[in-house]
Design a protein around this ligand. Structure first.
Ligand code: NDP
Length: 261
């Protein structure tokens, strides 16, 4: 199937690691022009080197929670991409592990700000560019926690549910011109899990043992964590002209860990 990305322009927030990096890689392979952002300059440089891409890649430092930085990123994309944007992938972020008892009010504010404004701020900045494209799309990277909350990730779960609601509303408000969809992730082996593995208490446990045990404990039917390119492929489909009649949808990429019908 031809996804129709040749000559299209895409923005991937948090494109320097994990799922965002793989999404950028696949988009470049499909012939798109891709702009990525992240906060850490070292990771941006590394991503630039890994991705290659020449003039088809724009890599800019930008914290998606900083309105001025996001506005500057949008101006840079407009200049580089010819003024229109075909796809916005709101991917930047991370989860917070804490129960209600452990979560302070400040932590709640921080988490709610991260989850909502990592969508809202880029949406506001890039909307004019999306409006100028012929058949634009937005893909929000969200988590299965939105519909299957976990008590040990209480504020992330609550925020994820709110974001899912936001994206559903936008699918109506932005129709018929812009399609808005989301992916709901289970556990994907990327930066977040690699950091948790590095911080494991029992340093004698190998990578395979630690990840295998994690997949068993979580009851993942496919028996393993996802690889970043697996959600990236789902993002590419939802963001492409091949999904032209899909909006307001969420696609689970979880190895079957969801228990909903
Ligand atoms: P990674 O840690 O590998 O990548 C996260 C990316 O986001 C990095 O490029 C990071 O770069 C960037 N980032 C984080 N915060 C900001 C910010 N404020 N502004 C700009 N860039 C930012 O994680 P994943 O690939 O796993 O995560 C991708 C998305 O998927 C995240 O939103 C995450 O919460 C979500 N998710 C992941 C799951 C998983 O199991 N992996 C499960 C559920 C959801 P830098 O730090 O340099 O800014």
């Amino acid at each position: 199937m031809n996804l129709g990305y040749a000559g299209r322009t895409a923005v991937v927030t948090g494109g320097t690691s994990g799922i965002g990096l793989e999404t950028a890689r696949l988009l470049l392979e499909e012939g798109a022009r891709v702009a990525i952002c992240g906060r850490d300059i070292g990771r941006l440089d590394a991503a630039r080197n890994t991705l290659g891409g020449g003039d088809n890649l724009l890599a800019r430092p930008c914290d998606v929670l900083n309105r001025e930085q996001v506005a500057a990123f949008a101006r840079a994309v407009a200049e580089w991409g010819g003024g229109a944007l075909d796809l916005l992938v709101n991917n930047a972020g991370q989860g917070r592990v804490s129960t209600f008892a452990e979560t302070t009010d400040d932590a709640w504010h921080e988490e709610l700000e991260l989850k909502f404004f990592s969508q809202i701020t880029p949406l506001r900045a890039f909307r004019p560019l999306l409006d100028r494209a012929e058949a634009p799309a937005i893909v929000g990277v969200n988590s299965l926690l939105a519909i299957q909350p976990e008590p040990h990730m209480v504020c992330t779960s609550a925020a994820r549910a709110g974001v899912q609601s936001l994206l559903k509303s936008l699918a109506t408000e932005f129709a018929p011109h812009i399609r808005v969809n989301s992916i709901l992730l289970g556990l994907v082996d990327s930066g977040q899990w690699q950091r948790r593995f590095a911080a494991r208490e029992d340093k004698a446990r190998t990578r395979d043992e630690w990840y295998g045990d994690l997949a068993r404990r979580k009851g993942i039917p496919l028996g393993r964590l996802g690889r970043p390119e697996e959600p990236a492929r789902a993002i590419l489909f939802l963001g492409s002209p091949a999904a032209s009649y899909v909006t307001g949808a969420s696609l689970e990429v979880s190895g079957g860990v969801s228990r909903h019908i």
